[in-house]
Design a protein around this ligand. Structure first.
Ligand code: GTP
Ligand code: MG
Length: 185
């Protein structure tokens, strides 16, 4: 009887769990984005001040509930020597958020190389992709159009997976509703 009841309870209330990787070069704003997301979606979450976030060595994990789904985010360090660890997490992931620093034109080609390496991994074949053109609160930043142009030769490698490019500011939390969605690179 207990087994039956606990099975019924789980069936009714257990959420589907999905793992989302947050990738991108160091300083792109991944951890800031994760903290901003946790603050917005978890009612009682008292996060640290976004301005006190320091570079990630290893990973940060965060969980939010959206409708009947539980999203578990894995925010990995983006420094060059840590990028070799990214692929250890690919097999477990249901989606990837790739964060680009729109204020750092100098490192855009470096970011493109890391992006290209990630999307050409067979393990991630077909996994949906959200590209965040971050730091749009900075007036002199690159636009989504500029970033799409810089990443244009990656387009064929994205394949048939779902892909959306989204301008945002992880720091202010603006994004989804304040800027226009852009379907793909
Ligand atoms: N102006 C502005 N600054 C941002 C934004 N997002 C992040 N930053 C700043 O960018 C710097 C790096 O942010 P992090 O979140 O630590 O970057 P990260 O991608 O996690 O870096 P690693 O952990 O080293 O891979 C910090 O000084 C943040 O305050 C943004 O949307 N706008
Ligand atoms: Mg970080």
């Amino acid at each position: 009887m207990y087994t039956l009841l606990s099975g019924l309870w789980k069936y009714m209330f257990q959420k589907d769990e999905y793992c989302i990787l947050i990738l991108g070069l160091d300083n792109a704003g991944k951890t800031t984005f994760l903290e901003q997301t946790k603050t917005r979606f978890n009612r009682n979450y008292k996060g640290m001040s976004l301005l006190k976030i320091t570079t990630t060595v290893g990973l940060n994990i965060g969980t939010i509930d959206v409708a009947s789904a539980r999203l578990m985010f894995w925010d990995l360090g983006g420094q060059e020597e840590l990028q070799s660890l990214w692929d250890k997490y690919y097999a477990e992931s249901h989606g990837v958020i790739y964060v680009i620093d729109s204020t750092d034109e100098e490192r855009l080609s470096e970011s493109k190389i890391a992006f290209e390496k990630m999307i050409t991994s067979e393990v991630l074949d077909g996994v949906p992709l959200l590209v965040l053109a971050n730091k749009q609160d900075v007036e002199s930043c690159l636009s989504v159009g500029d970033i799409k142009t810089a990443f244009s030769d990656c387009a064929p490698k994205i394949g048939k997976r779902d892909c959306l490019v989204q301008p945002c500011s992880a720091l202010t939390g603006e994004g989804a509703y304040n800027y226009n969605n852009n379907p793909c690179i």
